[in-house]
Design a protein around this ligand. Structure first.
Ligand code: ATP
Length: 307
């Protein structure tokens, strides 16, 4: 439980890191407590690097990171006691334990707030057995175990890096329910990197889009669903490009139809009516299309910057 009011669960001020092939950042991100934030981006866009920076596994070259108003390195232990982390790949093999039970006992001893009842319930829920050998666990079982270890000390923040990768549909559903149950436990925050758009739709409050190390924006999910729309119309795509709200226009191959992607369906709809355009169909925009569009916008800005 958050003991005193904090302004931000996570506050990243211009953090950046130069890696071999990519410059991640500068990232500016402020997350208030009480929200589930999905981090969505293409492979290699920097999501795991961001999570590693938040865990102090990678130190930013520049900028600062504050977790619950605390900072690395001086508050490392206090931060880790209040933030659970499921990394993209589990890091327990170096610890040398053979069975789940031994590893879990070791993790439990590290956290004064460890809730054994919760851990037991989750073991049952995810059909984990303390006697199982770690080296024989399937990918999905490893994800489930890593989740139990991250959540059973009831942290204020959960960082989940592709948590559900490898889970079967039943385990996936159970995991969604457990994240919801976690959020019901108080003023908590989840930051989750995912490629599964259904997951974003079901449990995220906000979506942070990331591409080539740059944060393209933090959007309220409901606004993305309610305000962003696709329109299909008869006519030349050129004339729709500069209408209010229009983010992108493309010709539908082999037809005389154009498709408009709008960030503000109300504004675009009004402008289209005024122009007497014949709208054939209107549909909600999928999140991957929003990402594609933000990427195009970013690339066009970079192109202008270079020219
Ligand atoms: N320690 C490192 N040293 C050098 N380069 C790295 C390091 N870690 C990651 N990278 C590179 O940084 C880029 C971003 O990697 P990262 O794992 O953060 O991406 P991601 O968005 O999590 O990708 P994915 O969706 O595939 O998991 C990649 O090009 C990766 O090869």
């Amino acid at each position: 439980m958050i003991s005193k009011e904090v302004t931000y669960a996570i506050s990243i001020e211009g953090a950046s890191k130069e890696l071999d092939k990519i410059h991640v950042g500068p990232i500016q991100l402020q997350v208030e407590p009480g929200y589930v934030i999905a981090v969505v981006g293409t492979n290699g866009s920097g999501k795991s690097t961001l999570f590693r920076m938040l865990n102090n596994l990678i130190k930013p070259d520049e900028g600062s990171i504050r977790i619950l108003d605390m900072q690395y390195p001086q508050d490392e232990v206090a931060i880790k006691q209040r933030m659970g982390y499921v990394p993209e790949l589990e890091m327990w093999s170096a610890l040398g334990f053979t069975r789940i039970r031994d590893l879990t006992d070791f993790v439990a001893r590290a956290y004064p707030n460890w809730n054994q009842e919760l851990a037991k319930r989750l073991f049952t829920r995810f059909e984990l057995d303390g006697g199982q050998k770690l080296e024989h666990l399937s990918k999905g079982m490893k994800r489930k175990l890593a989740f139990v270890h991250a959540v059973a000390f009831e942290p204020d923040i959960l960082l989940l890096d592709e948590l559900t990768s490898g889970l079967d549909p039943f385990a996936w559903k159970a995991m969604m329910n457990e994240i919801t149950a976690y959020m019901d436990g108080g003023q908590r925050t989840v930051l989750m990197a995912t490629h599964i758009l259904e997951e974003v739709k079901q449990i995220a409050d906000m979506v942070a889009f990331i591409h080539k190390g740059k944060l393209l924006g933090l959007y309220e999910k409901d606004a993305l669903v309610d305000e962003w729309k696709s329109f299909w119309l008869e006519g030349q795509e050129e004339k729709f490009k500069h209408m209010p709200g229009v983010a992108a226009v493309e010709k539908v191959a082999g037809t005389s139809t154009a498709r408009i992607l709008s960030r503000s369906a109300i504004e675009t709809d009004a402008a289209l009516r005024q122009a007497g355009a014949k709208v054939i169909q209107t549909k909600a925009v999928e999140l991957d299309e929003v990402l594609r569009m933000l990427v195009l916008e970013q690339e066009s800005k970079e192109g202008q910057g270079q020219s």
